[in-house]
Design a protein around this ligand. Structure first.
Ligand SMILES: C[S@@+](CC[C@H](N)C(=O)[O-])C[C@H]1O[C@@H](n2cnc3c(N)ncnc32)[C@H](O)[C@@H]1O
Length: 226
């Protein structure tokens, strides 16, 4: 069914809205209620994007491929996960809100900008996502909590992202970090003890993009220890 170009490991890339929706249906089998919430979230995002700059306007015509499926694909790397999922720099809820629609995982959306948090609160209220908490704060000021999963899309360079979020990680934390074209380069710049936690997965939505998937605790960089 999916005829897009082949990426890493021969994985076919989703190239249009029809394929993006079909892949979500096939891989994640949303219930009718979840489909409805995805549709409503997409509509709210399009509407709010006329009020504040949430996603590039050029990506709106392909919102299902570029944002909804791009976010949803992270769940496929954490199928059996449970416990707190923290989404760093969530912006309009990408990937956090999409994941929260498709799973029961308790979700903490960390976002420092008030208007974006207003949107996140409006979305979670409208969609009835009681398992989602919005933290309107800079990550640096947030109380430490153990995260079962940490995601971050377009949040910060990898080294800084890990520095800022290390204290939320445990030996079993799952890291899901879409990193675009620079995934391999950014990984190579990490201290060796951190590099070993990660491997590279092909993004379903962009032949040139990759996702860093990892498991484990990020320890002190200075001591070079895990
Ligand atoms: C480029 S946007 C990406 C948003 C979303 N993850 C996406 O992929 O569309 C980065 C977001 O991180 C937020 N942010 C940046 N630094 C932050 C920090 N230290 N703590 C919390 N949020 C932060 C910004 O306000 C912004 O909404």
């Amino acid at each position: 069914m999916f005829r897009g170009p082949a990426g890493l490991n021969g994985l076919n890339i989703l190239t249009n809205e029809v394929e993006a929706r079909a892949w979500i249906g096939e891989a994640l089998a949303p219930t009718p209620e979840q489909w409805g919430r995805l549709e409503r979230f997409a509509a709210m995002l399009v509407e709010e994007n006329t009020q504040q700059n949430l996603v590039a306007a050029s990506t709106i015509p392909t919102i299902w491929a570029r944002h909804i499926a791009d976010s949803a694909q992270l769940l496929a790397f954490d199928k059996d996960g449970e416990g707190l999922w923290i989404d760093l720099g969530s912006g309009p809820g990408l990937p956090g809100v999409v994941v929260a629609i498709l799973s029961e995982r308790p979700m903490l959306l960390v976002e420092s900008r008030r208007r974006r948090c207003d949107f996140l609160r409006a979305v979670t209220a409208e969609l009835g996502l009681a398992h989602v908490e919005v933290a309107e704060a800079r990550l640096e000021t947030l109380d430490t909590r153990a995260a079962a999963t940490i995601s971050a899309r377009a949040f910060a360079p990898l080294d800084r992202l890990l520095d800022l979020s290390a204290r939320f990680s445990t030996e079993s934390t799952r890291w899901l970090l879409p990193k675009g074209r620079n995934a391999v380069k950014e990984l190579a710049l990490l201290p060796p003890a951190w590099q070993t936690l990660f491997h590279v997965e092909q993004s379903r939505t962009d032949v040139d993009s990759q996702i860093l998937v990892g498991t484990g605790r990020i320890g002190s960089k200075k001591r070079g220890k895990r």
